[in-house]
Design a protein around this ligand. Structure first.
Ligand SMILES: O=P(O)(O)OC[C@H]1O[C@](O)(COP(=O)(O)O)[C@@H](O)[C@@H]1O
Ligand SMILES: [Mg+2]
Ligand SMILES: [Mg+2]
Length: 328
């Protein structure tokens, strides 16, 4: 693996895979790359500047918006929209989809983002992330973007990825040709290929779930957790839960494991949002050789009905997810 390869070079070299001739797609990935650098730079000195804590406002999902939720939302939306590479955006922090100005009508991509994933961890210096999902629009080019451009099944994504702001800042993405990870060298300000063609181990012993909700979990989940906690052939599973899905998923993808956010009495539909949390992570999971389900079906085959709809979510090593399925 050529670790001197930058993300910019990788994007250009792989244009042949993007069925994109106009360079629009590469410019879109470059816009996301730029926003990731800006946010990473800010987050790294979060304790020293007025960027942590509650912003005083609430989003459409009734969640308290952290200052960093709003800051990252602005950075990504500005980076994406100022480069006229998309015709519309959906964000966790915006009530409705954003229709861009007339100049953008000829663009063919829409982007859905969770600008800051793991908001509850911002103030305590625990890894957080950004998640993005990209589709080609379904409405005619030259017309204003519509809701149906965003309510596409996850198996129609042309790209998806996340940025993790952790011990290092990494950008991990897929365009349907495997998963690659790039690490930011802050001294140079460039992302370099550090993890090429990532494959999630088919089995593992890490399970990630908020056991604080155990009492409210569906019976099948309770039984699967009991199975995880039983020592089998001298191998005990280990529980790891950071509370930032991007960070929990990233660890499990590298080491083998399963991430679970079940529906429970408090959140009967689950907590995670199908369009900009479950679908992009499910696309990466499958491209890395893992499996992602809602408990009822393959996440990528689910037909979204609402922009901010939620879904139970289980993803990770294929043997672990299949084992979970046997309990559901
Ligand atoms: O605190 P809980 O209920 O376990 O929820 C944690 C989960 O919620 C999330 O923080 C939801 O994402 P946001 O921070 O983007 O709202 C996930 O990253 C995480 O896995
Ligand atoms: Mg999130
Ligand atoms: Mg968020």
């Amino acid at each position: 693996m050529n670790k001197n390869r930058t993300l910019g070079e990788f994007i250009i070299e792989n244009q042949k895979h993007y069925q994109a001739t106009s360079g629009e797609f590469s410019r879109l990935l470059s816009a996301i790359k730029l926003a990731a650098k800006i946010v990473s730079h800010k987050i790294n000195k979060a304790g020293l500047i007025d960027i942590v804590g509650y912003s005083g406002s609430t989003n459409i999902q009734g969640e308290d918006q952290q200052k960093l939720d709003i800051y990252t939302n602005d950075v990504f939306i500005n980076a994406i929209t100022n480069r006229e590479v998309v015709c519309g955006v959906v964000s966790e922090e915006n009530d409705d989809f954003i229709i861009l100005n007339d100049n953008a009508l000829h663009n063919k991509y829409v982007v859905l983002i969770d600008p800051l994933d793991g908001s509850s961890n911002i103030d305590v210096n625990v890894p957080v992330g950004t998640i993005f999902s990209i589709y080609k629009r379904v409405t005619p080019i030259g017309t204003p973007v519509k809701k149906e451009d965003f309510l596409q099944k996850g198996n129609k994504q042309v790209a998806a990825g996340y940025i993790i702001y952790g011990t290092s800042t990494m950008l991990v993405f897929t365009t349907g040709n495997g998963v690659n990870g790039f690490t930011l060298n802050p001294a140079i300000g460039s992302f370099y290929l550090s993890h090429s063609d990532i494959k999630i181990p088919s089995n593992g012993n890490i399970y990630s779930v908020n056991e604080g909700n155990y009492y409210h979990f569906p019976q099948g989940i309770k039984e699967y957790l009991k199975y995880c906690q039983e020592v089998k052939a001298g191998v005990a599973y280990t529980a790891r839960y950071i509370g930032s899905m991007v960070a929990d998923f990233h660890r499990n993808m590298i080491k083998g494991g399963i991430y679970m956010y079940p529906n429970c009495n408090a959140n009967y539909q689950g907590k995670l949002r199908l369009l900009y949390e479950c679908n992009p992570i499910a696309f990466i999971t499958e491209q890395a050789g893992g499996k992602a389900i809602s408990g009822l079906q393959r996440v990528l085959d689910m037909q979204p009905l609402e922009i901010h709809e939620r879904s139970p979510f289980y993803c990770g090593s294929i043997k672990m997810v299949e084992k979970l399925e046997s309990f559901l």
